[in-house]
Design a protein. Structure first.
Length: 256
């Protein structure tokens, strides 16, 4: 890539001790890739293939055993504080605080960043409105549907205006109609706000709908197949990519 990549893995490996105390197992094995600014990369693979381990390395939650991981030129693990407000994360579960209203949940990240209180509230209200939650600002999570709670979670991630969005199967617990609407809204928001994203999923159609690029992992995390998608990619080409993904996944070893 001509420009400096936003996210770069060079020969990254990660091993963990086995739970029975007998040696180690490898979750990520010499993984290398680059992600450019403004790109959304969808990562597919069977359960246990190392997707989440890769995700956690990018997020700075764990460090590689070998190799080099860089996010905007920094080590995400050792320079963790540098990334305050620069990375937004949307998890599979909404992870809202049940004792805080929708507005209070969205404003939390801004409060942590010591934003001006009035401006923080205005920003939180704006993102809730943008995600179709006007009138629900003072509702607590228990009063919201699953889709609405996940919209609050997305609003919380966008409210701090991060450069990078990391999403770990954020719509997998939702019904398909709700998930489809949120996928469309998410992609639109990423494009409009020039964000860079990694989107982990186990659904092929979701990956094709969201990704500028799709990476399919085999276990331990290695890129077994990769495809780029553009606005000019036609239906026949997408069908071919889908077929290739299905073939690669069928050849992938199952998790232990």
């Amino acid at each position: 890539m001509s420009a400096e990549p936003v996210i770069s893995f060079k020969q990254v490996s990660k091993t963990f001790p086995r739970t029975d105390g007998k040696g180690t197992f490898t979750a990520v094995d010499k993984l290398s890739f680059e992600i450019a600014k403004g790109e959304i990369v969808a990562v597919l693979g069977k359960t246990g293939c190392g997707k989440s381990t890769m995700f956690n390395i990018v997020a700075g939650l764990i460090e590689p055993s070998e190799g080099t991981a860089r996010v905007v030129g920094h080590n995400p693990f050792s320079d963790f504080d540098f990334f305050r407000g620069k990375i937004g994360i949307v998890f599979q579960n909404d992870r809202l605080m049940p004792w805080r209203t929708a507005l209070e949940n969205v404003v939390l990240g801004l409060q942590i960043l010591n934003a001006d209180p009035k401006q923080a509230l205005d920003t939180a209200r704006s993102w809730l409105a943008r995600l179709g939650l006007s009138g629900h600002e003072n509702d607590y999570p228990h009063a919201l549907s699953g889709g609405m709670r996940q919209r609050v979670s997305i609003a919380r991630a966008f409210a701090v205006n991060p450069d990078i969005l990391l999403c770990d199967e954020p719509f997998s617990a939702l019904d398909e109609m709700t998930a489809r609407d949120l996928r469309s809204e998410f992609v639109k928001l990423v494009r409009q706000n020039d964000k860079t994203g990694i989107f982990i999923t186990h659904q092929i159609n979701e990956a094709l709908e969201i990704g500028d690029r799709v990476m399919v992992f085999h276990r331990p995390a290695q890129i077994a197949y990769e495809a780029r998608l553009t606005a000019s990619t036609n239906d026949a080409e997408r069908d071919n990519v889908r077929d290739q993904i299905m073939k690669v996944l069928s050849e992938s070893p199952s998790s232990d």
